[in-house]
Design a protein around this ligand. Structure first.
Ligand SMILES: Nc1ncnc2c1ncn2[C@@H]1O[C@H](COP(=O)(O)OP(=O)(O)OP(=O)(O)O)[C@@H](O)[C@H]1O
Ligand SMILES: O=P(O)(O)O[C@H]1[C@H](O)[C@H](O)[C@H](OP(=O)(O)O)[C@@H](OP(=O)(O)O)[C@@H]1O
Ligand SMILES: [Mg+2]
Length: 355
């Protein structure tokens, strides 16, 4: 809703993401809500580019590179953080520290595994362990100590930021562990009849869609590791042979997703990770019907989300209004501690509000 005062959204995302975006529609939707949209250039001082009210970004690639010691990326992230700290009234979607929580798979699987409320609600994250060495004997012991069972999926520890973050290996036996590429996370494979459920979040709004996924796999001493990239198997238009169920699996009933369970997961992610723009992936265990959360993503594709831009702008507008309201009571988190208070200070971080 436009209150007559035009506000400005500064936006940054990678060229890869930018090329997929319908800019015309985004600009028009911004305008209809009373917002200008300015594309930011991170190689130039942000101060010179526009006075912005909202910083909307997908900086995962650059944060990941900076955290791995890339000097150019570190400089860019340093400038962005300095700029945001100089301008505490800018709504940041989403705060960089929250985004960082999703860059490391071990980190976010640990958050999910430690969530006590999941246990009696049929929600789990499959057992997992981290490999930091190629030593197969050491890795066998690590798996045993953490209850990780074959078959496993071996995933790069860094979850975002490059093509290689999505290069996966299914491993069926101890011998196959030599195919793992540390640093990586190995996760127990959950048979789910090749159906993936993607949940896209915009603040409180969500949209669930079905995608193809991997067929059922069983531990075997004979099978060689299978290498695949997520994009080949799990995008809406993927047609991989890895998604075709074997004949003996076909009789299994298709399990349907329980939306109450999804809402529980959303509430937990909002509390623990606090991103407005995120997505998570669920597979349903074909033996128990339990819902396994196997991945969480920052600012995902929103592929098939109806009226995505409209919802995005409504969400942004809610955040901006809440920040501007003098007596806004917000729940927010500082260094892991949840606080409830009046939103008059810099601590009212966008993306942390829990409804
Ligand atoms: N524990 C698991 N059990 C069964 N299948 C799994 C498991 N983990 C991952 N998969 C399969 O591998 C795919 C890729 O895994 P994951 O979602 O972790 O990778 P990603 O590259 O981060 O994906 P995205 O592109 O969605 O971010 C899943 O969509 C699913 O088909
Ligand atoms: O199918 P989805 O929306 O889950 O695909 C996402 C993917 O999960 C990752 O979030 C990608 O981000 P990066 O790992 O940072 O590359 C997304 O790519 P993007 O170009 O849209 O940011 C995929 O869309
Ligand atoms: Mg992912």
């Amino acid at each position: 809703m436009n209150d007559g005062l035009c506000k400005t959204i500064g936006i940054w995302m990678s060229d890869k993401k930018s090329q997929k975006l319908n800019w015309k529609e985004l600009i028009n939707t911004c305008a209809s809500h009373g917002y200008n949209l300015v594309k930011l250039d991170l190689e130039r001082p942000l101060e010179e580019q526009a006075r912005i009210d909202v910083f909307l970004h997908k900086l995962t690639d650059i944060i990941a590179a900076a955290d791995q010691g890339d000097p150019k990326a570190s400089t860019i992230i340093g400038h962005v953080e300095q700029y945001l700290s100089n301008h505490p009234n800018i709504a940041v979607i989403d705060p960089l520290d929250n985004v960082r929580m999703l860059l490391n798979r071990y980190c976010y699987y640990s958050i999910l595994q430690n969530e006590a409320t999941f246990q009696n609600q049929g929600i789990f994250t499959p057992t997992f362990a981290e490999f930091t060495t190629n030593d197969v004997e050491v890795n066998i012991e690590i798996m045993k100590s953490r209850g990780v069972k074959f078959p496993v999926i071996c995933k790069p520890t860094i979850a975002h930021g490059s093509k290689s973050a999505h290069e996966m290996v299914v491993i069926f036996n101890e011998k196959g562990l030599s195919a793992s590429k540390p640093p990586c996370v190995v996760q127990t494979f959950v048979n789910h009849n090749a159906v993936l459920h993607k949940v896209f979040l915009i603040g409180n709004r969500y949209h669930i869609c079905k995608r193809p996924s991997l067929k059922n796999f069983y531990a075997s001493e004979e099978l060689e590791p299978i290498f695949y990239s997520t994009g080949e198997v799990c995008k809406a238009d993927s047609q991989s042979t890895l998604s075709i169920l074997d004949p003996h699996d076909k009789a299994d009933v298709t399990m349907s997703i329980n939306e109450d369970v999804i809402k529980t997961i959303i509430r937990v992610l909002r509390k623990e990770i606090g991103l407005l723009l995120a997505g998570f992936d669920v597979v349903i265990d074909n033996q128990t019907g339990h819902h396994a959360v196997i991945d969480i993503n920052v600012f995902p594709s929103y592929d098939s989300f109806p009226n995505f831009f409209e919802h995005l702008l409504e969400c942004i507008d809610e955040i901006v209004r809440r920040r501007n309201s003098k007596d806004c009571v917000a729940t927010y988190r500082i260094n892991g501690v949840v606080n409830v208070g009046t939103c008059t200070s810099n601590y009212c971080v966008t993306g942390m509000n829990v409804n």
